[in-house]
Structure formats: C-alpha cells, structure tokens
Design a protein around this ligand. Structure first.
Ligand SMILES: NC(=O)c1ccc[n+]([C@@H]2O[C@H](COP(=O)([O-])OP(=O)(O)OC[C@H]3O[C@@H](n4cnc5c(N)ncnc54)[C@H](O)[C@@H]3O)[C@@H](O)[C@H]2O)c1
Length: 306
C-alpha cells in the first residue's frame, strides 16, 4: 500500500514537492488543504490530516508552527517547510511537540542537499575552514507581494536568510555568538563566531536587484579557497600552485540543483524505514534561534551569545 500524503498550503513550493512525489511510486498525494477554495481539495485541515499518513506544511511562514504541531499531535509524519517558526515561543512549542513524537519530523532546509553545498562539505572535510565570507541577497520584497508583509513572513530573516543560517551550521557547526548591525530596514551585516572558534562574516540585503549570484559562500582554509556561485557552480583551488577547478550544475533542473528532490526522497525513506529525518526539528529550531538573535543584536547593538 502506498504512503498517503497530504498538503497544508498549495502554492509554489507545494507544486515543487508534489512534482517530486509524483515520480516516487511509494507514495500518493491524496488530500490538499488550502484556505483558498480554488487551490485545495478541502478547506478543512482536520479532514486532510485524518485522510493521510504524512503531512507537508507548505502554507505561509507564520502558520507553520501551529499547523505542524497539530499534524504531529494527530500522529502524522510531518515535513515542515522553512521557517520552523517565526518566534522563539512558537519554536520552543513546536520543538517540544516534535521531540515527543515517534514519527518523522523533517524541516525543509533544502540547501543541505544542493550539489554546490554538498561539495563544499566534502572539500572542507580534507581542508577544514578557518574563515568564511558569505552573502545571501534578494532582489526585492515586492513580488510576490506577501514577501514584504511581515505578518505573513515573520520578517525578512525568516523568509530568505534563514536558509543561510542553517547552511552555516551545516558547514561549520553551531554558532556561539553573533554581532549584527542594520544599515537599512532589511540590510544586515554580521560577524559570526562558531563554537569551534572559527569566525565568519555574513551580509544579507533585501533590495539588491537580482544581481547574480544572489548567494555566495567563500570558504578559506590553509592555502585553499572554495567559492560557490548561487547553486549553479563551485570553484576551488586546493593548495598553493594548484589549478583552480570548477564544477557546474547549470544543466541540472531546479529540483535537483536546489536539493528539493533529494530532501523529498529522504523524507519518504525515513518514514518507510522508521529512520531519522535528514533535517531534524532541532535544526529548524536553531535556525529560528539564530534569526531571533540577529534581530536582537541589531536592536540592542551588541553581541548576542546563543
Ligand atoms: N525551501 C525553499 O526554498 C522554499 C521556497 C519557496 C517557499 N518556501 C516556503 O514555503 C511556504 C509557502 O511558500 P510559497 O512560495 O509556496 O507561497 P505561495 O503564496 O505560492 O503559496 C501559499 C499557499 O498557502 C495558502 N494558504 C495561505 N494561508 C493558509 C493557511 N492558513 N492554511 C493553508 N493554506 C494557506 C495560499 O492560499 C497559497 O495557496 C513559505 O513558508 C515559504 O517560506 C520555501
């Protein structure tokens, strides 16, 4: 029998996951809840949850924690899109709920499965990073309109840069402290100290035009540099006098290149095998904690310990 999957929210990202799940013979999408009657098969969240084994939470940001907690409490496996929550209070509530379940709870930090970032992790296994310089920009918060509405996103950091807060932990481990400043409403610069003792810089701005690459990670280790360009390409020079090498993922489709296909496959694998999620509730929680610490640091104009 196939694993029955339901969705809460049926917009852009739901379409991405559904396209991947459609190619997986082990599952079927049987119910879709959306507050817009034109988009769902039901407008009753409980009815959708009742009909399925696993629920994807793909509604706008500020609804995630409430919907995800309800699905877990109903005994379902949950895939929760980022952000895990948009306040520390909600993040603590959901972590508490998710840690009590024996079902799978996975968070949608897809970049962990993007080719460029998997390659950074592989390359730094042999050449441990001592510093990094990172950016993640948006062109605008105008399109779709809700991206500029904090009652929907929880704030810019929860919408876009949260991807990189998780990426920093994935590459370099937990963050010990950070010191962030604002130079415009959504223009952040910060120094990040990792528990390992490594330091890194990160800037993120919401109105930079869609100048390529919007996101970039430069990672420095002893006599080596690794650089990513968006999720399209990675360049690296490992050792003095070595040639710079480049790997391009340009020809892959977005589902593979951005890691969506792999995260969906890993979710289904974990559900069917009773295994661990590829990105756990604690990872979602920590990315919210970092986002909140950045807002606090800019408000207080001081370094925040995590
Ligand atoms: N991992 C990624 O790279 C990635 C990419 C895009 C979006 N996302 C996340 O996915 C979520 C959805 O984004 P999107 O781009 O698909 O948005 P969208 O606007 O395209 O779709 C959202 C859908 O949710 C519905 N909706 C609104 N309120 C709802 C509610 N309370 N309950 C159920 N449905 C509701 C809307 O009618 C719409 O159909 C956001 O949290 C976003 O941050 C993640």
């Amino acid at each position: 029998m196939k694993l029955k999957i339901g969705f809460a929210g049926n917009g852009f990202i739901a379409g991405v996951h559904q396209a991947n799940l459609k190619r997986d013979d082990r599952v079927e999408v049987v119910s879709i809840f959306d507050t817009d009657p034109a988009r769902g098969t039901t407008q009753d969240f409980d009815q959708m949850v009742e009909a399925v084994d696993a629920v994807y939470i793909t509604a706008p940001n500020t609804h995630h924690s409430r919907l995800a907690a309800a699905a877990v409490k109903a005994g379902k496996h949950v895939f929760c899109e980022k952000p895990f929550a948009t306040t520390m209070e909600d993040a603590k509530m959901l972590l508490d709920v998710a840690e009590k379940t024996d079902k799978v709870f996975q968070v949608g930090h897809n970049r962990r499965f993007a080719n460029v970032y998997k390659r950074v992790k592989e390359l730094t296994a042999n050449a441990p990073a001592h510093t990094a310089h990172m950016k993640m920009n948006r062109g605008e918060l105008l399109n779709p309109v809700w991206t500029g509405d904090e009652s929907v996103t929880g704030g810019f950091l929860f919408e876009t840069p949260i991807h990189f807060f998780d990426m920093m932990r994935f590459q370099f481990g937990d963050i010990g402290s950070l010191d962030a400043r604002l130079s415009g409403p959504n223009d952040f610069s910060m120094m990040v100290e990792f528990v390992s003792g490594m330091w890194a810089t990160f800037v993120t701005s919401a109105d930079c035009s869609w100048y390529f690459p919007y996101e970039r990670m430069e990672v420095f280790s002893s006599y080596s540099t690794i650089e990513t360009l968006e999720m399209e390409e990675i360049k690296y020079c490992l050792g003095l006098g070595q040639l710079t090498q480049s790997e391009s993922f340009y020809r892959l489709d977005m589902h593979d290149k951005w890691g969506f296909r792999e995260e969906d496959r890993l979710f289904v694998d974990a559900v069917l095998s009773g295994g661990k999620p590829a990105v756990a509730a604690i990872d979602g929680y920590k990315s919210v904690e970092i986002s909140c610490a950045v807002y606090e640091s800019t408000r207080e104009k001081k370094r925040i310990q995590l």
